[in-house]
Unconditional design. Structure first.
Length: 201
């Protein structure tokens, strides 16, 4: 049997340790990943979401949303690579404003689908997620607070990882004990049967 709890536990513990030691790196990584995600989200919206409903207002709102997503994503990924450390803070706030604006546009576009029969629940959830990410970035934006939050996540990850490792080791031990008990019982039963057969003869 594969020991997934052990592997996941070790991975989470190592990840937690890295979060604690290098919090600034992870904040930057989150920003870059969100930038890449923004580009992908813009392309997806342009290719699929825009074609859902043939309506001028709907298509225009999705087009604006898509172009902004791609442009902001590109800036977030590329801009900090060529400028000073302050660029990270600027890009984070641009990303926050973008996420809020995109969510508002998304809610507006979803409202236009009201009488079309198209399922809107997914789009409302999608825009709520954008707002949640924006709130998370607001919490991460002050340097000191961001590091504290990242380290708290790291500690939680380490505790969870170590818990999974301990659980796996304890479970493995219990399985071994039960297995040994079953083997012993089987051996005893076989011996008793053999002795009984011998005495009958």
């Amino acid at each position: 049997m594969k020991r997934w709890f052990l592997y996941e536990g070790i991975l989470l513990a190592v990840l937690g340790l890295l979060l604690i030691i290098f919090p600034t790196f992870w904040v930057k990584l989150v920003v870059i990943l969100l930038g890449i995600g923004s580009i992908g989200y813009g392309i997806y919206s342009l290719k699929y979401t825009k074609s859902l409903y043939k309506n001028t207002h709907y298509e225009r709102s999705i087009l604006i949303k898509s172009i902004i997503s791609i442009a902001i994503g590109f800036l977030v990924v590329v801009f900090p690579l060529f400028f000073a450390k302050a660029a990270w803070t600027v890009m984070m706030w641009i990303l926050i404003i973008y996420l809020i604006a995109t969510a508002v546009l998304g809610f507006y576009a979803a409202s236009l689908l009201k009488d079309t029969g198209i399922e809107r629940k997914r789009y409302f959830i999608e825009n709520i997620i954008l707002l949640v990410i924006a709130i998370a970035l607001i919490l991460l934006s002050p340097a000191a607070l961001g590091k504290v939050i990242i380290r708290i996540v790291g500690i939680a990850s380490m505790v969870l990882g170590l818990g999974l490792v301990i659980y796996d080791l304890v479970s493995k031990k219990d399985v071994t004990v039960v297995s040994e008990y079953v083997d012993t019982t089987d051996t005893t039963d076989t011996t008793d049967t053999t002795d009984s057969s011998d005495s009958d003869e």
